[in-house]
Design a binder for this molecule. Structure first.
Ligand code: 8X3
Length: 263
């Protein structure tokens, strides 16, 4: 058994990438799951993988799958009552993973729709989702909020004005939250990856698969499972240990534009 046995882990953006890998590893660790994302078919697929991974370890988790657009304010407000109705008994680990970057335009050329999408998806929704689960965690006097930050929250780079701004904001939000919660049994962690090969770059390059592939060419990038391992590791620390932040880079990466490529 692990320290996470029987706990409930809630993951946003659970249908692919880091979120999906995290769901599977939490299931292996004995967690019940709440999987949230927009795409039902992919969520069901991840739920099936997580169930198999759990059963291989002898666990029989409760897995609740719910379609959610994190930018739908009314749906987020209705989330906790709906989860209780679905039989979720505790809210132990919240992984705020949903997010992403759209476009590489420089300031002056950025469409306000893209600004809105990045600010809302990475920051405003993360704030709202945190706020809907906090009263439950406070009632329990236990819980763990794990926000997915980024290299872009450590460094501001050309072509990333909005994404870097919102990821810096996620870092600041996480740090304030940690301070506000020191007198509670609730922990706050920020896990901040550098280049991880997921759909992230495909979305950033608006579906241009070639451009996305070029980002990860000639070196070994992180993969979703690498970050999932770090997330679950944070959650597995004993209750008196709080990993405030974890900045994770591929070994060949030193900064946004310092990457050792072999070809
Ligand atoms: C991680 C992606 O390009 O900012 O969020 O390192 S990047």
């Amino acid at each position: 058994t692990t320290r996470l046995q029987g706990k409930t882990a809630i993951v946003t953006g659970a249908s692919s990438g880091i979120g999906a890998a995290t769901a599977v590893l939490f299931a292996r660790a004995g967690c019940n799951l709440v999987l949230l994302a927009r795409r039902k078919a992919q969520l069901d697929e991840v739920a099936a993988q997580a169930k198999a991974a759990a059963e291989a370890m002898g666990h029989r988790p409760q897995i609740v799958v719910r379609t959610l657009d994190v930018n739908d304010r009314a749906a987020v407000d209705a989330l906790v009552p709906a989860l209780k109705e679905a039989g979720v008994q505790s809210f132990d680990v919240l992984v705020n993973n949903a997010g992403g970057a759209i476009g590489t335009e420089r300031a002056g050329d950025i469409k306000m729709d893209d600004v809105d999408f990045m600010v809302n998806t990475n920051l405003v929704s993360l704030i709202q989702i945190t706020q809907v689960f906090l009263p439950e965690m406070k009632r329990q006097d236990s819980g763990h909020i794990i926000n997915i930050g980024s290299l872009a929250g450590r460094e501001a780079y050309v072509g990333g004005t909005i994404y870097c701004a919102v990821k810096h904001a996620v870092k600041a939000f996480s740090q304030s939250l940690l301070k506000e919660l020191v007198a509670t049994g609730i922990r706050v962690s920020e896990v901040a990856p550098g280049f991880a090969e997921t759909n992230f770059a495909v979305t950033r390059f608006r579906g241009d698969e070639e451009a996305a592939k070029a980002v990860y060419k000639g070196f070994k990038p992180l993969v979703a499972e690498d970050i999932a391992e770090e997330i679950v590791w944070c959650a597995l620390r004993p209750p008196h240990v709080q990993i405030a932040e974890l900045y994770v880079l591929p070994s060949a990466q030193g900064a946004a534009t310092i990457i050792h490529r072999s070809e």
